[in-house]
Write a protein that binds this ligand. Structure first.
Ligand SMILES: [Zn+2]
Length: 235
């Protein structure tokens, strides 16, 4: 199983688990007030404040059966004990409450203490695959399959000139491929879906797509429109 993502975009680890008997892992270098987010599905199982750990929210995650105490928060979110949380639920904000070194704002960090079966474990064994709410990595550019028609031909209505290919007399699989790609991009091609035939739905969608991408909105699927369906970002 993958690890859970980090609850905020920590700049660095400032003290590791086990170092001089350290009971958790510290992440710091990030401004006070940065939201601390739940790393996945779980339940708020305790909340408290004391002179050592400051403002603490304890979340029991469904994954791994672990409890994570999020310490030194500036503020705790007003989640009652027993509240369910999901990926990205705001639990509190990064702060320097309790005993931090150095004292005050300079010492702001998240001390996360994780227990499993009542025993302290190393938080880095369970957290650290990415960051909650971080941008997904950009999708690698996709390369369009080669435009399947001869030069000067396009996919278009059946009642067009002979170089307007509708799929009714050939190239149906190729047109189906384009239509499926448009469906994958989120366009609604109507009840017959990717049937490989150029009809009104496909004409309308093609025109809307061309307008969105700054292409000439002529409803014809030529090489530029074909390529755009694979290579332009989905917006
Ligand atoms: Zn610590």
């Amino acid at each position: 199983m993958n690890k859970l993502p980090m609850p905020f975009p920590a700049d660095r680890i400032t003290r590791v688990f086990g170092q001089d008997g350290h009971s958790g892992n510290d992440w710091g270098g990030t401004p006070v007030g940065t939201p601390i987010l739940a790393s996945g599905l779980g339940t708020v199982t305790d909340k408290w404040s004391n002179a050592r750990a400051g403002n603490v929210t304890e979340i029991t995650y469904d994954a791994f059966g672990i409890k994570a105490a999020l310490c030194h928060q500036e503020h705790q979110a007003s989640l009652p004990i027993g509240a369910r949380v999901g990926l990205g639920t705001v639990v509190g904000t990064l702060g320097f409450s309790g005993n931090v070194v150095p004292k005050g704002r300079q010492g702001a960090h998240l001390h996360m203490e994780v227990t499993k079966g009542g025993k302290l474990v190393n938080p880095l064994d369970y957290f650290g695959d990415g960051v909650v709410g971080a941008q997904a990595p950009a999708q690698p550019a996709m390369q369009a399959p080669p435009f399947p028609l001869p030069d000067g031909w396009y996919f278009g209505p059946q009642d067009g000139p002979q170089w307007s290919v509708s799929g009714f007399h050939g190239y149906r699989d190729e047109l189906r491929q384009f239509m499926q790609r448009m469906i994958d991009r989120g366009w609604d091609l109507g009840p017959s879906g990717a049937d490989g035939l150029y009809g009104k739905f496909l004409g309308d969608v093609t025109e809307a797509f061309q307008r969105e991408k700054g292409l000439h909105p002529d409803r014809k699927i030529g090489p530029a429109t074909w390529r755009a369906a694979w290579e332009m970002p989905v917006t």
